[in-house]
Write a protein that binds this ligand. Structure first.
Ligand SMILES: Nc1ncnc2c1ncn2[C@@H]1O[C@H](COP(=O)(O)OP(=O)(O)OP(=O)(O)O)[C@@H](O)[C@H]1O
Ligand SMILES: [Mg+2]
Length: 264
């Protein structure tokens, strides 16, 4: 479903601010893989997701999605294959538009037709049902402005929107990190449900090691721009947080102090 071959990215090349963010990443995801991604600050996790989404041009390497080489496609051209949810609940939805309009826009992602044609009767039946599945009471607020929702409600809506067109790949970048623990747990549960119901291939960055172990069928750890640990199936399930910490310390030479991974 996703194949990354030797992906490299250096920011600000040739300046004092030069930063090698990705140093030759290889990764292959099978259809339906749900992969959690952990690693310290600046390890390259967000950059990896940004490169897949086409936010920055590649320095070298090849990105294939469903067997198609998308390495040179622009970010908008790749958007129709991808669903994305970021850490910031303010991104991913339009605050000044109604819930129903946001969903309708998500549904038309990658199409030329805008909202000028209006929202169909079919959609008006479909959306409340989808919203009801979130269990947040949003189904009765189709014409509330999204800006009035709480961070958790907004992130749940973003998740729904990102997965509405069954993307080939779902990219989640610490999408619950800005939420309070209770809301974060709820949005994570929703994530699990949506991913398994729709059999979505997913990459989920988290700084919570317990979540990284509990969710998904595979876990990768990044450090200094590359994947240093890749574990799946039963071996992943039997991992413990101390195991992961030890792996990380081995790889980073004990640099782990003061890292967010430790705080969760
Ligand atoms: N647009 C950019 N311009 C310059 N440098 C960048 C840019 N994006 C990322 N970097 C640098 O690339 C490195 C990897 O950053 P990245 O955001 O991918 O890390 P991360 O693993 O997501 O970390 P965090 O856990 O803090 O989110 C960092 O040194 C960062 O400063
Ligand atoms: Mg990041």
């Amino acid at each position: 479903m996703l194949k990354l071959s030797n992906i490299t990215k250096t920011f600000n090349k040739g300046t004092v601010n030069e930063k090698r963010a990705l140093t030759g990443v290889n990764l292959e995801l099978a259809d339906g893989d749900f992969v959690t991604v952990i690693g310290g600050n600046g390890a390259g996790k967000s950059t990896l997701l940004n490169m897949i989404a086409g936010v920055y041009p590649l320095d070298s390497g090849v990105i294939e999605l469903g067997g198609v080489d998308v390495s040179r496609l622009s970010e908008p051209a790749r958007a129709k294959y991808l669903g994305r949810v970021f850490q910031d609940p303010m991104r991913g939805t339009a605050a000044d538009m109604w819930i129903e309009e946001n969903l309708a826009l998500a549904k038309r992602r990658g199409q030329r037709r805008g909202l000028a044609w209006g929202i169909s009767a079919e959609e008006k039946e479909e959306y409340p049902k989808l919203l009801a599945s979130l269990g947040l009471g949003l189904e009765t607020r189709m014409r509330s402005k999204v800006g009035l929702l709480s961070g958790g409600q907004r992130q749940a809506l973003t998740l729904l929107m990102a997965t509405l067109t069954n993307p080939q790949l779902l990219l989640l970048d610490e999408h619950t990190a800005a939420l309070d623990p209770k809301t974060a747990a709820k949005v994570l549960k929703l994530t699990e449900e949506i991913v398994s119901e729709r059999h979505l291939t997913t990459l989920m960055v988290t700084h919570n090691m317990a979540d990284a172990i509990r969710l998904g069928n595979r876990l990768i750890m990044m450090h200094e721009g590359n994947i240093i640990f890749d574990v799946a199936g039963e071996e992943k399930k039997s991992l413990t947080v101390p195991d992961l910490l030890q792996k990380f310390e081995e790889a980073s030479g004990g640099e782990l102090t003061n890292d967010r991974m430790l705080l969760s």
